[in-house]
Write a protein that binds this ligand. Structure first.
Ligand SMILES: Cc1ncc(COP(=O)(O)O)c(C=O)c1O
Length: 437
């Protein structure tokens, strides 16, 4: 008799064998931040954009879309299983660009998902099927905190492997070690996960030359490529530049790939769960169009079993923005506003640290891209920031730059100076007073 059954007596619960689950690190830390009553507290934890007053920002393009949709009169029917056709079509165009969509449409399967997390989960469930199952899924080390759990839960028979991604000492992408490991250890038909841009948590992306080399490697090893695209337009401010790597891989007809697309960050639709999974089959296969249709049907079947279909409301907003050229132009301006503010805060923090003569080099803060800075601060320094200065970031030293504002940047820099140098930099509660007004 197995353990669970043996335990079921009148007094005992079948759940007594459960091990305590750990709340996702950033969310647990966010709860600690909320409970902190110190007026100087700063939240550099969660990957959600904030304006310069530390408030969630209502993108003008999204506000205008909601106005035009007259949401109070709209219905709440189920979406089709594939999702909103208008949304799926628009999401393809934003990701691949009109030319690729026009040429490669027959080889493409796309389904609306429960945001980027849903797309990552669905591709894992899809590949877990015995006849498709790769031996290994290769994840970058480090990566978004949820990737490992997604693969553990959804594809328990695919072995998780890690490729080196980041050189802690140089605070740079460790491209040499990455390629060497993949060349040596990947098996044919393994799956590899790549961040399309704005790598979370390091903020370091391959250069175009390095992406070309990676595409060759994936081709040679016949790897199934999974791009996670959670920050398109958010990194550089330009949708096309941030999709460059994906479009480059697509230019190799025999590379088969999936893209997990999220509109959480770039449309500010975090809680609405808007995303898509796109899968492209070999463009060299004469039967490619039929294969794409089969992939499409299978994705629909699997998603039906998991969640039936993706939510309606957010995809309506996204379709309205992406489907009207004037709103799309407004959205592009919104992307520049968000990425521009983050870049300005990177420079401000960097300059403050230099002015304070904080020991070490801080150039990585301005060189990194996207929402996060991998500060290089140690676990102990992060703890001290939290305990003494009420500044919260992940134990890995990852700081969400969205929490940095013109009002708190000096306070943050001075606190970092103190934990790094052991010398006070004249921190006073007044230093952060503008925020507390
Ligand atoms: C790399 C990466 N992928 C996917 C996601 C998923 O986000 P969502 O499920 O909100 O689309 C995130 C969110 O932080 C992320 O950083």
């Amino acid at each position: 008799m197995d353990t669970a059954k043996a335990l079921i007596t009148a007094e005992q619960s079948r759940f007594s064998t459960l091990r305590p689950a750990q709340t996702d690190g950033p969310f647990a830390l966010d709860a600690a931040f909320r409970a902190d009553t110190d007026p100087r507290k700063v939240n550099l934890i969660i990957g959600a954009y904030r304006d310069d007053r530390e408030e969630p920002w209502h993108l003008p393009s999204v506000t205008e879309a909601k106005r035009r949709l007259k949401v109070e009169h709209s219905h709440h029917e189920y979406l089709p299983l594939q999702g909103s056709p208008k949304f799926v079509e628009a999401s393809r165009r934003v990701l691949f660009g009109p030319a690729i969509v026009q040429q490669q449409q027959p080889f493409l399967a796309s389904i609306q998902t429960v945001s980027g997390t849903g797309a990552n989960s669905l591709v894992a469930v899809f590949l877990e099927q015995e006849h498709l199952r790769p031996t290994n899924i290769w994840l970058p080390n480090p990566t978004w905190i949820n990737h490992a759990d997604i693969w553990k839960v959804n594809a328990p028979n695919v072995k998780m492997q890690w490729y080196p991604y980041y050189d802690d000492a140089k605070r740079e992408l460790d491209f040499g070690a990455m390629v060497e490991t993949l060349q040596r250890d990947c098996q044919e038909h393994d799956a590899i996960l790549l961040h399309a841009c704005a790598h979370n948590p390091t903020g370091r992306d391959p250069s175009q030359r390095q992406w070309r080399e990676l595409a060759q490697l994936c081709l040679k090893k016949r790897l199934f490529v999974i791009f996670d695209s959670a920050y398109q337009g958010f990194a550089s401010g330009d949708l096309d530049s941030d999709a460059w790597a994906i479009r480059h891989f697509v230019s190799y007809p025999s590379i088969e790939l999936a893209v997990c697309q999220s509109f959480s960050k770039n449309l500010g639709l975090y809680g609405e769960r808007v995303g898509a999974l796109h899968m492209m089959v070999s463009r060299s296969n004469p039967n490619g169009a039929n294969l794409a249709a089969a992939v499409q049907d299978n994705l629909i079947d699997l998603q039906r079993a998991c969640v039936s279909m993706a939510p309606l409301f957010g995809s309506r907003i996204a379709s309205e923005v992406l489907g009207n050229s004037d709103l799309e132009e407004m959205w592009k301006a919104d992307l520049s506003t968000m990425s521009g503010r983050i870049k300005a805060m990177r420079s401000a923090l960097h300059d403050e640290l230099l002015q304070l003569r904080t020991p070490g080099s801080w150039d990585h803060i301005t060189e990194q891209t996207g929402m996060f800075s991998y500060t290089g601060l140690s676990k102990e320094q992060v703890e001290e920031l939290q305990l003494k200065h009420h500044i919260y970031l992940l134990p890995t030293g990852r700081a969400s730059m969205c929490g940095v504002t013109s009002a708190n940047v000096s306070y943050i820099a001075r606190a970092i100076h103190e934990v790094v140098s052991g010398q006070p930099a004249g921190i006073s509660p007044e230093a952060n007073s503008i925020k507390c007004l």
